[in-house]
Design a binder for this molecule. Structure first.
Ligand SMILES: CC(C)=CCC/C(C)=C/CC/C(C)=C/CC/C(C)=C/COP(=O)(O)OP(=O)(O)O
Ligand SMILES: O=P(O)(O)OC[C@@H](O)CO
Ligand SMILES: [Mg+2]
Length: 245
């Protein structure tokens, strides 16, 4: 099935999807079998692959190795055009709406077209809103953009709604990889009420409480990366919770 429809169905059912983010800079090919064995024992439904700074050429063999261990959709979450590979199933076709850097609003997207025209990836237009999770992140450094503070709720809502009006099919609220503070419940609730498209939330979710709060606030897909990188026992947290809003 289309990964986009899997997310739309999750929104309709009220049971959000959990996605693991695998950073090609951090997981080696040799570590893939054991890591994917842990993934397979959890309710993780989507595997995202990407990073803000990934060396060219390493994403493709990693995705190929991941695919050998799962039938779940493997979706690219790329920081740049160099991370594209047709070995994945889908692509979050990101535009960085919180920033004002044309490189991440249109240039990377245009540069990806010669590849995507020949590829069979499921391409889904995704607004990407970087929020201030209390720590300078790699994404801020790479994109030379400033995140929006959690307190600027109207600006966050207007940015997300503008993305929906411009045709985004998904909206990603990002506190930043390894954020000190995940996206607050109130921010997710307010954006959710205002949009018709599914909402993805990630950044700094590393405790059971943070995960449960994010689920309850209405996120349709929740992305967790650092918690698994730093402590693989976080997989057990996932096994023990009920994923329903
Ligand atoms: C459409 C195409 C081809 C590319 C989109 C390019 C855009 C707009 C990217 C948005 C900005 C960006 C750099 C996003 C990166 C998203 C990501 C995978 C973040 C994860 O960051 P980590 O690499 O985990 O950071 P750390 O290394 O600090 O943990
Ligand atoms: O690594 P963490 O903090 O889980 O964040 C996941 C993702 O939203 C980062 O782009
Ligand atoms: Mg990271």
């Amino acid at each position: 099935m289309s990964y986009y429809h899997t997310i739309v169905n999750a929104k309709a059912s009220g049971a959000p999807l959990i996605a693991v983010l695998i950073d090609p800079d951090k997981l080696t090919l040799a570590e893939v079998p054991a890591f994917m064995n842990k993934v397979s024992q959890t309710a993780i439904a989507v595997i995202l692959v990407g990073g803000s700074t990934v060396a060219a050429g390493i994403t493709e063999p990693l995705v190929a190795a991941i695919k050998q261990h799962t039938t779940k959709p493997v979706v690219l979450f790329p920081g740049d055009v160099g991370q594209l590979t047709n070995k994945a199933d889908g692509l979050l076709f990101l535009m960085l709406l919180s920033g004002r850097n044309p490189e991440y609003l249109i240039d990377q997207q245009v540069a990806s077209v010669p590849f995507l025209r020949e590829a069979s990836l499921e391409v889904v237009s995704t607004g990407y809103i970087l929020l201030d999770g209390g720590k300078e992140t790699a994404t801020m450094q790479v994109t030379h953009t400033t995140p929006i503070p959690f307190t600027e709720i109207n600006r966050i809502k207007d940015t997300a709604k503008a993305g929906e009006f411009m045709g985004n099919k998904l909206m990603y609220l990002e506190a930043g990889s390894g954020a000190l503070h995940p996206v607050p419940v109130e921010v997710i609730r307010e954006v959710k009420q205002d949009l018709t498209i599914p909402i993805i939330v990630g950044g700094g979710i590393r405790t059971e409480k943070a995960l449960l709060d994010t689920i309850k606030s209405g996120a349709d897909m929740i992305v967790i990366g650092t918690a698994f990188e730093e402590d693989e026992t976080f997989f057990e947290v996932l096994q023990n919770i009920t994923i329903a809003k």
